[in-house]
Design a protein around this ligand. Structure first.
Ligand code: FES
Length: 247
């Protein structure tokens, strides 16, 4: 009886994993479609004048990431439990050497293959007077999901305004993730980050913030050699509905 129950549970888990990969694919496809509808965006891509440099290497990485997602829809169904678990974990984790992390308070760096912006929050970002006081931020690194929490467009970093702006309906967010304007109703979503030392030990990890429940920053201490961004573990941004930001 137990064996039958266990087999049923495993099949159920395989179906859930496969469905999650389908869900991810739909999100990726529709985020791109909505972005293409924004006036001038297609033209920017054709002329190569986008924030992200579109090179043959970029397209190759994008193709590999897309192919992995498609393959995982099937593999999640048919691989044995142990292999399945590891393939799903590895498929969604991106490792970044600490030397590639942007310096504190510099412009966010896009990681299109993982669909996140990597941002290093320093004192300047923390003391930004636009930061709503109900969402205090701490120093360290965050991985912000590239998709706008309003209706799923890809927002962009606008250097001259020192903020992210969504081309679709005008939501605006600070470097930290805080929404400060527009129809979005929460701060940006973030991915879980683990800071790892030379022996592979996890020495810091994104935790839900005490006050807001959204993902915390991960501080880079001298022993950290790399960061692991788990794009399968998303933490929802805190509720934020007021003009200028706040609850
Ligand atoms: S999708 Fe970004 S503001 Fe509507």
């Amino acid at each position: 009886m137990d064996t039958i129950k266990k087999t049923a549970e495993m099949e159920n888990m395989k179906a859930k994993l496969s469905t999650l990969w389908i869900f991810l694919m739909f999100n990726m496809v529709f985020a791109d479609i909505f972005s293409f509808m924004y006036p001038g965006f297609l033209e920017q891509i054709m002329t190569g004048k986008t924030d992200v440099q579109i090179t043959p290497e970029f397209l190759l990485i994008a193709a590999i990431v897309t192919e992995i997602s498609i393959a995982m829809v099937f593999l999640s169904r048919f691989l044995k439990y142990g292999v399945n678990r590891w393939v799903n974990i590895i498929g969604g984790v991106i490792t970044i050497p600490v030397g590639e992390v942007p310096p504190p308070d510099s412009s966010p760096v896009p990681y299109s293959q993982g669909r996140f912006w990597l941002v290093n929050i320093g004192e300047q970002t923390i003391s930004d007077p636009r930061q709503p006081s109900v969402y205090p931020v701490t120093p360290g690194v965050k991985a912000l999901y590239m998709v706008c929490v309003h209706l799923g467009c890809l927002y962009k970093w606008v250097e001259t305004q020192d903020r992210y702006e969504c081309p679709c309906h005008g939501s605006k967010y600070l470097k930290s993730d805080a929404r400060i304007d527009g129809p979005a109703r929460r701060n940006l979503d973030t991915f879980v980050i683990e800071a790892v030392d030379a022996n592979g030990n996890v020495i810091a990890r994104t935790e839900p913030e005490m006050s807001s429940g959204e993902g915390s920053s991960v501080l880079i201490t001298p022993e950290v050699v790399s960061l692991r961004i788990d794009t399968g573990k998303k933490i929802a941004g805190a509720v934020n509905t007021k003009p200028g930001g706040g609850i």
